[in-house]
Design a protein. Structure first.
Length: 362
């Protein structure tokens, strides 16, 4: 029905208002319609806050009895930080519920929809399913694997260089592209880089959007070589900073803790932090997404470990040249073209003269 699509589009727009605020929960929007008119709408505004359905119900100024609820994700039916949304729907005598995505959470997974139907409520599912699934790709991955969704981001020149032969990389892209990077930092729960990038660039690794969320900074530092004067360390009291290390020197670890950092002892693999173990540990700590802003060695290791799910490749309209200039991905690489991991290109966007290619690994 055209009407269902129209109101679900509105619910999707509302859901996106939760960007960077609800992780590791999903983004959800809800619209309540009666006699063809919207009488209430809401979205999941922050982690731990009311769900979209309850916010939409609270916004109604007239009786919702007999109304239709449009919601981008199947209503929950279990007690968590808030009571089940199915209870609220039943209490308010909603007549019809239109759902975009089914919730893969084992605590829900079709149960919410079944409860509503058993109570006599008309339920339609799969309206704008692809779009509704798309806004919660991170949540779906996290709830199924309990590991973070990793997006590998890098900027390179038209000849595939991420720095000059002297190691300089500021700037490959222009301001419009860099603004988009900060938008994506806001979307992700964490930013990850390696100690090599810290030593070379001394990055701040923060989100500079007005009102933006500061993601957790994850530094892979096998031997704890990050200078105590690095920006990520001196600001650790303001922005969460976690050092993932194989170093067993407790006195050395304590120096970073005194600066406000968390130091996480990791297993070693091939002389570096075991990335697969790191993903498991970070997932257990509630990190659902990582924006990987590493150099060629970390990017290569991440691909070889199989932890990368998506790629953001920025292409600056310039050439650096130089056979010794660094490229985006290091490591051993593949021997034959047919061994290369495939990528499904999802979008290509111009930011001024620069190009952003977005894809997901197959």
């Amino acid at each position: 029905m055209k009407e269902d699509v129209f109101f679900m589009e509105r619910a999707l727009a509302l859901a996106k208002k939760g960007t960077g605020r609800v992780n590791p929960n999903p983004m959800v929007g809800a619209v309540i319609v009666k006699d063809g008119t919207i009488i209430g709408e809401g979205w999941h505004e922050r982690f731990g806050g009311l769900h979209a359905e309850r916010n939409a119900l609270a916004a109604c100024q007239v009786s919702v009895a007999g109304a239709t609820l449009y919601v981008t994700l199947e209503p929950c039916c279990h007690y968590g930080k808030t009571p089940p949304c199915t209870e609220a729907i039943l209490e308010h005598h909603i007549a019809r519920v239109v759902i975009g995505s089914l919730d893969p959470n084992p605590l829900v997974a079709g149960k919410g929809m079944r409860i509503l139907r058993e109570k006599g409520i008309s339920v339609a599912e799969g309206v704008l399913k692809e779009k509704c699934d798309g806004i919660n790709e991170v949540f779906f991955h996290y709830i199924r694997t309990k590991t973070p969704y990793v997006t590998m981001k890098y900027a390179m020149t038209l000849d595939g260089k991420i720095a000059t032969r002297a190691g300089h990389s500021k700037w490959i892209t222009g301001n419009p592209a860099r603004v988009r990077v900060h938008e994506d930092r806001n979307r992700h729960m964490s930013i990850m880089t390696g100690v090599g990038t810290v030593l070379t660039d001394d990055p701040m690794l923060n989100c500079r959007l007005p009102g933006g969320r500061q993601p957790v900074r994850l530094i892979l530092d096998t031997h704890l070589r990050t200078p105590l004067t690095a920006q990520v360390i001196t600001t650790a009291g303001e922005i969460p900073t976690w050092l993932l290390t194989c170093c067993e020197d407790t006195e050395k670890q304590e120096r970073y803790r005194e600066k406000g950092c968390q130091v996480l002892k990791m297993a070693e693999k091939d002389g570096h932090v075991d990335l697969c173990q790191a993903m498991k540990l970070l997932g257990e700590r509630g990190i659902d997404s990582i924006y990987l802003e590493g150099g060629e060695r970390l990017n290569g290791a991440a691909l070889e470990a199989g932890i990368v799910r998506a790629v953001h490749c920025y292409i600056g309209a310039k050439f650096f040249g130089g056979s010794d200039a660094r490229t985006p991905v290091g490591g051993n690489g593949v021997e034959l073209p047919g061994q290369a991991p495939g990528v499904e290109i999802r979008d290509v966007t111009f930011y001024g003269e620069d190009i952003l290619v977005e894809g997901v690994l197959l």
